[in-house]
Ligand binder design. Structure first.
Ligand SMILES: O=C(O)CCC(=O)C(=O)O
Length: 268
């Protein structure tokens, strides 16, 4: 996994598509990320989907969520050596569309031993059963991909989780988590896999205002990759990800197409 992650990050796989980005403002360009995330590496390296790890995690996800649990996404994370950059406190659900109920678990595998020295994960116990707390873009910068939780918890209660190679932590969509700076001489790599139940409409009326008016620096790359020569790879990725068995996904898909057509008409 480490060799694959290293190669994909070195080749800057996914940068053009906005799938490789920095959690922090991207001012210094793709070569000097503070915390690089490659979202969806399995689209670039299909063997990740056929790995023994993937099969085993699928089985554990089914034990946790039930037989309908399916693979949702994966990511590689790279935190360079000697960096003060932290992965700020956040809940993964804060990144999502509040109209949709996400019932997901995230398996986080460090690709070397991790401790407080190189940025192991830390969690707030019990936060997974609480609400999604207020978040904002890191440092209030709307171009930043990363979100940070701004209130409603006590970081002094963090449970620190050092791990050996081959261990993992598992957190839910609302589990508050954080990873500290990397004070070691080597980069800190991690691979994560998210498994979830079929998405459905949220029963609560919720809003995540921190996701409005964001001007993500990677958005221009995302838009470009959906219009130009990479449109077909984009479409094939979407087709591969689509959950055909879930009627709610068909409804979301139809709404999306309707929005696209309306947008084109307005533009025309
Ligand atoms: O690896 C990291 O520093 C962050 C990982 C994370 O936030 C996640 O997997 O949800």
């Amino acid at each position: 996994m480490r060799t694959i992650g290293d190669r994909l990050l070195r080749e800057k796989a996914g940068f053009k598509q906005g799938m490789l980005f920095d959690f922090y403002p991207e001012g210094e360009g793709p070569d000097k990320p503070k915390l690089a995330q490659l979202h969806g590496p399995s689209h670039f390296e299909r063997s990740l989907m056929e790995s023994e790890l993937n099969r085993r995690v699928q089985r554990v996800a089914m034990q946790l969520l039930g037989p309908k649990a399916r693979f949702v996404s994966d990511s590689f994370f790279h935190k360079p050596a000697h960096t003060e950059a932290v992965t700020p406190w956040h809940q993964d659900e804060a990144f999502t569309d509040p109209r949709i109920e996400h019932r997901e678990v995230n398996f986080w595998f460090p690709l070397q031993p991790v401790s407080l020295t190189n940025g192991c994960m830390q969690f707030i116990a019990g936060s997974h059963i609480g609400p999604v707390l207020p978040h904002g873009p890191i440092g209030g910068d709307p171009s930043t991909h990363g979100l940070e939780c701004v209130t409603g918890f006590n970081a002094g209660e963090a449970v620190v989780c050092p791990l050996e190679l081959g261990d993992c932590t598992i957190h839910a969509g609302r589990t508050l988590h954080f990873a500290g700076p990397n004070h070691s001489d080597a980069p800190r790599y991690a691979y994560s896999m998210v498994f979830g139940l079929p998405r459905r409409a949220s029963k609560e009326v919720r809003s995540f205002p921190w996701n409005d008016n964001r001007r993500l620096s990677r958005q221009a790359r995302v838009n470009d990759s959906r219009t130009r020569d990479s449109f077909w790879p984009y479409l094939s990725r979407k087709v591969r990800e689509f959950d055909y068995t879930n009627p709610y996904e068909w409804r979301l898909g139809a709404e999306r197409v309707a929005r696209l057509i309306k947008g084109k008409r307005t533009a025309g």
